[in-house]
Design a protein around this ligand. Structure first.
Ligand SMILES: [Zn+2]
Length: 95
């Protein structure tokens, strides 16, 4: 028998957000280590990327099943972002 609750975090039993994230343990048994964070629940969305309702405009729609890993930048992506921010003057050169 599968006793999974779709509204509670499987790790700490705290409430899940619409994005499937848990604000208490971050979907990890070692929540102090950011590298282990996950979205333990399903992701529901109301609008699409253009701001148009995904469903009938009255209900949240399942968008992705959980658990999902938290996105982490690679070193190359971090370097490219830093270079872009320095180019536009948002960020100073690294110390
Ligand atoms: Zn949790």
């Amino acid at each position: 028998m599968n006793l999974v609750c779709h509204f509670a975090c499987p790790y700490c039993r705290g409430p899940l957000g619409w994005d499937g994230g848990c604000g208490r343990c971050f979907g990890s048994l070692t929540s102090t280590d950011r590298r282990t964070w996950t979205f333990p629940g399903d992701r529901y969305e109301f609008d699409d990327e253009r701001g148009q309702p995904r469903g009938d405009g009255k209900h949240w729609v399942l968008f992705a099943k959980g658990p999902r890993p938290v996105y982490r930048q690679t070193k190359a992506e971090s370097a490219a972002l830093r270079k872009t921010l320095m180019t536009v003057g948002v960020e100073e050169d690294a110390p």
